[in-house]
Design a protein around this ligand. Sequence first.
Ligand code: HAM
Length: 437
Amino acid sequence: MASKAKIRAVTGMNDMLPTDSARWEFFEDTARDIATEYGYRQMRTPILESTDLFTHGIGEATDVVEKEMYSFEDSLNGERLSLRPENTAGIVRSAIENSLLHDAPRRVWYFGPMFRHERPQRGRYRQFHQFGCEALGFSGPDVDAELILMTARLWKALGIRDVKLELNSLGEPSERAAHRAALLEYFEAHLDQLNETAKHRLYLNPLRILDTKDPDMQDLVEKAPKLISYLGEGSLRFLSSLEHQLERAGIDYVINARLVRGLDYYSHTVFEWTTDRLGSQATICGGGRYDGLMEILGGKPAPCVGFAMGAERVLELMGEFGVKPEAPDCAVYVIHAGEGTLDPAVAVAEELRDLDVSTIVHGGESSMKSQMKKADASGAEFALIIGENEAASGTVSVKRLRDRGEGARFAKQETLPAAEAAEQVFSELLDIETKDL
Ligand code: HAM
């Protein structure tokens, strides 16, 4: 028989394995708890959206829309669809469709997979995950500061240090238009120094040329007209008020006049958190204000601001700081002698689960010795043993698997009436939890 070809995961798309789940859950739980502390509520939108949502929302001349979207025609009905490359456009679409802002502004958070057809490398994947928050209907800059404070609190809770906050203002559309005209004039005067991408961007979105990493163009972009010089009084006041709020909260930042972000919907505040520990994919979180997006997508105008962070990058950075949460498979592992002893084994496990104690009953039949090894490897605190003798006498033997010092209960195996086992093990576990706090 011909051997079957192995089917592999799609390039740039990763599995989260059970050995990784403790780290992911720690990140997700911490992010969710902090967002909840700030009054943000969860929102989930579909992974597939109409392609138009992104071309209109993110902007036709952006890298994301131009060359990174997974777009296709649904062969069943001809609809043009895209896997979401980000979630701000989807959240705004849903807010409009469901009249979420009809009575009050909204603070929402989300977590989920995003898709961009980029060249995969460390920290850059084709399926990646974002945790993000969006404050819909808030004119700021107080809420801009709130979001930044929230991210700073999250870094601390995750054990991440040495991250840098870069801040800029993209001002009002009319200010960007005046700056754009000046940029065009400047780059047109230096056409010979533009690379191909920059020439392509020149009339589509010259602001993006400032983003270039091309070493030969650094001098040129460094000397290009700065948007900040075109900001009017209102925009400057907005920025300086945000700066004051960050300073009052003790958050360090630098103004980066070249920070323009890769998506077209921004105005006023834009920011990024970066690290020098992850190589070239240094931005762990990016965000900003998108006051015009609601209207662009057909809703009533409403000022909004938000951020999203790449979970894979944040997790990798946690690893750099030695934060590697691990969790045992269970707290109690129940060992039994197969048929005849299985019923009492399942019964005591169910009692423990009634008490919220995670419990594994050994699956299948194997020797007591090999089950004991499995119990140890599971990371459980206790093994409960139900052999033929225990089953016949209605008892359970309890053995502690971890060293908790001299005199710890069950350090030596003890046999006790089945009716008492669950309660006693539970109270021992409570004791450890309290001690570990
Ligand atoms: P973004 O800058 O495109 O912004 O993405 C936010 C973050 O997602 C990045 O800083 C990075 O950490 C992560 N990320 C992006 N692409 C990849 C990738 N290919 N692989 C791994 N991680 C990646 C947005 O998506 C906006 N929606 C943020 C926002 C929310 N602005 C306002 N509200």
